[in-house]
Design a protein around this ligand. Structure first.
Ligand SMILES: [Mn+2]
Length: 279
């Protein structure tokens, strides 16, 4: 039995292939998971639970999650910067349990800390200020009380501004990645041996030294035509690529998949448990 972690699916009706990939993932790869953790930016944008009444795309996903959680597999959901307005109605309908960010737990004897990842990008101070502002309970309450058209308008303006920023600084600019200080601090604060996050779209497994101890940082990748997931069990962990299993006309794009990073390098087997730095 193993636990699955995903993030940064950015589900939206404009990218139906990613939605199909996720719905298929629930039925296939994740069908025998012990638990599924979704670490934020599950949706491209979320303007409030009340829009569910009029959005068939999002309803399809919620129904699939509800069917999945009804099988007895718990799904834990953490907010990302794009879907931090997901609220209790979503949780009730989907059967997901919402976790605070960050969240720590013990899994297979290891102390693990989970976070979406934006909190760790401490070089981007203006974003951190913006984050604190928009997540203030009063600001959230005011925003959610606005008419939907106005909420869309505000969200579009914010996105246009962030696209503009990307024109000035390329997405590979260090300010869009985590800082070593923030990583060490969160590992120290939770006394954790393993940190799992997404957000940066830079999948990988890193070793971090914290006060003389060795810890690991696993970064989940974004979902496009293929997906990224971490499978964690008592004896191994693997950062895997998820590919569409069924050929559908106009959907399975070999050219796009060819360019995707090779995930086989992220496979780790613990032949001797005592050699495992996480044990
Ligand atoms: Mn994010």
């Amino acid at each position: 039995m193993s636990t699955f972690f995903i993030s940064d699916l950015h589900l939206s009706q404009s990218r139906p292939e990613t939605t199909d990939l996720f719905l298929n993932f629930l039925k296939q790869e994740a069908s025998d998971a012990e638990a599924l953790y979704i670490l934020g930016d599950f949706f491209e944008v979320w303007l409030g639970d009340d829009i569910l009444k009029q959005n068939s795309h999002d309803n399809r996903i919620i129904t699939a999650l509800a069917d999945y959680t009804k099988t007895g597999i718990p799904v834990y959901f953490m907010h990302g910067n794009r879907d931090f307005l997901i609220g209790p109605q979503f949780a009730k309908m989907s059967g997901c349990k919402i976790l605070p960010d960050p969240f720590s737990l013990e899994l297979y004897g290891q102390k693990v800390v989970l976070t979406h990842g934006d909190l760790l990008c401490t070089l981007d101070q203006s974003y951190q200020r913006f984050r604190r502002f928009v997540r203030h309970p009063i600001i959230k309450k005011i925003f959610l009380s606005l008419p939907l058209s106005l909420r869309c308008n505000i969200a579009n303006r914010i996105r246009a501004k962030s696209r503009q920023q990307f024109k000035i600084n390329s997405p590979s600019h260090p300010k869009y990645d985590v800082t070593l200080d923030a990583v060490q601090e969160i590992l120290r604060q939770y006394n954790a041996e393993l940190l799992i996050h997404g957000h940066t779209h830079r999948p990988g497994i890193h070793t971090v030294s914290v006060d003389g101890h060795v810890a690991k940082r696993i970064v989940l990748g974004e979902w496009l035509k293929t997906g990224s997931m971490l499978e964690l069990s008592a004896s191994r962990f693997e950062l895997k690529q998820i590919t569409p299993t069924q050929w559908e006309p106009g959907f399975f794009d070999f050219e796009a998949i060819k360019d995707y990073p090779d995930f086989s390098q992220y496979r780790h087997e613990f032949k001797n448990p005592s050699e495992d730095p996480l044990q």
